[in-house]
Write a protein that binds this ligand. Structure first.
Ligand SMILES: Nc1ncnc2c1ncn2[C@@H]1O[C@H](COP(=O)(O)OP(=O)(O)OP(=O)(O)O)[C@@H](O)[C@H]1O
Length: 359
């Protein structure tokens, strides 16, 4: 079921939590609402759920106005960060709960409930825990049961609010891959709130980047990562190096270095900032390449196969962050204190007023 969000506004007193948000969330896709704390993600999710009502604007489910429909009749399933399971009930009874409390005429028979619950437990790969109590499960397993419980009532939309937020990094990474596989199996329209860029990039079909109650950009993970619409999105989606740049005749320059960017459409002139990702900083063994800047390595951190370098350019104030394969670092024979050369391979330049200049 698709979800259309039309000009939604929500204030708490004078504070604007959601500011004229319009979005179209396609059927069967997993959409991440991504943004820093306080950007309005949870408020928007709760409005979609019917747990909160907007001051103005409409929510449509598959074209039908759902703005005033009660949460119990919207056909949504939830998983929250701390949506505790019923402690005194077994896993089986927790998952069955939504079905057993249905009005008698809608309630499936006992055998049917058993079949459905066991099918769901198999889907989340925890059928062997059916007779356990939640306290006998790990945090990650409990969230998978919470998901099975949300799916039991056959919702048309699944809403997840930082579902893996309370888990440690390794379990989190496993669960998000698992959620992606599960989604590929069931194709339920799903919206999931996160402030973790990596999680959003890895799991979702679409990402909505939010900031101060507004949508900064919406698109596939590739679109928002490779073509960020503005400096906020660029900075929020990963580490970034900033260089002062002069823009003239469709060409941006840092000092004498002409930046390798594509030609802009409207060719603005003046001063801007060039944004360069650490993996787009090339490390060179000598200064013969055009536009290379001399730099000293101030720090090296190796994380698995990747080496992260902190470099200082002669005369520069800020450290430059670069990322390269550990093997490349070894073959260049570099260590802390080494003199080397750097060159931005790719950049995106935004003018001082935030408009895009190049790239
Ligand atoms: N019931 C409320 N009363 C007053 N202010 C609220 C209420 N709910 C949310 N807010 C405020 O609205 C803003 C947006 O909150 P929201 O929870 O939607 O943000 P978020 O992006 O989900 O952040 P987080 O990741 O920290 O949960 C916050 O500044 C919050 O303090």
């Amino acid at each position: 079921m698709s979800i259309e969000i039309e000009h939604i506004n929500k204030r708490y007193g004078h504070f604007v939590a959601v500011d004229d948000v319009s979005l179209s969330l396609p059927e069967g896709q997993l959409t991440a609402l991504l943004g820093p704390s306080g950007s309005g993600k949870t408020t928007l999710l709760r409005i979609i759920a019917g747990l909160e009502f907007p001051d103005s604007g409409r929510i449509r489910f598959h074209g039908e106005d759902a703005t005033d429909v009660h949460v119990s009749r919207r056909g949504v399933g939830f998983v929250f960060q701390h949506y505790a399971l019923f402690k005194h009930m077994t896993v089986f009874d927790n998952v069955a709960y939504g079905l057993t409390v249905k009005p008698r005429r809608l309630r499936p028979g006992k055998a049917e409930i058993r079949t459905r619950v066991m099918r769901l437990l198999e889907l989340v790969q925890l059928d062997w825990t059916a007779n356990r109590l939640p306290s006998q499960l790990s945090g990650g397993q409990r969230q998978r049961i919470a998901l099975a419980r949300a799916l039991a009532v056959e919702p048309k939309v699944l809403l997840l609010d930082e579902p893996f937020g309370a888990l440690d990094a390794k379990v989190r990474a496993e669960l998000r891959r698992w959620l992606r596989r599960l989604h590929d199996e069931i194709h339920l329209t799903s919206v999931f709130v996160t402030h973790d860029q990596e999680e959003a990039l890895e799991v979702s079909d679409r990402i909505v980047v939010m900031n101060q109650g507004r949508v900064e950009q919406e698109g596939t993970p590739e679109e928002v990562y490779d073509h960020p619409a503005n400096p906020f999105v660029f900075s929020f989606l990963g580490q970034v190096n900033l260089f002062h740049a002069r823009v003239q005749d469709g060409q941006a320059r840092i000092g004498d270095l002409a930046l390798p960017t594509s030609t802009p459409e409207d060719q603005p002139q003046g001063h801007g900032l060039a944004y360069v990702r650490p993996h787009d900083i090339e490390i060179l063994p000598d200064g013969s390449a055009q536009g290379a800047l001399a730099a000293v390595i101030e720090g090296i951190t190796v994380v698995g196969p990747t080496a992260r370098l902190e470099l200082k350019v002669a005369g520069g104030k800020d450290l430059i962050h670069a990322e390269l394969p550990k093997s490349r670092l070894r073959s260049l024979g570099l260590s802390r204190g080494s003199d080397t050369w750097v060159r931005p391979l790719n950049s995106r330049v935004f003018m001082d007023n935030g408009t895009r200049a190049t790239g």
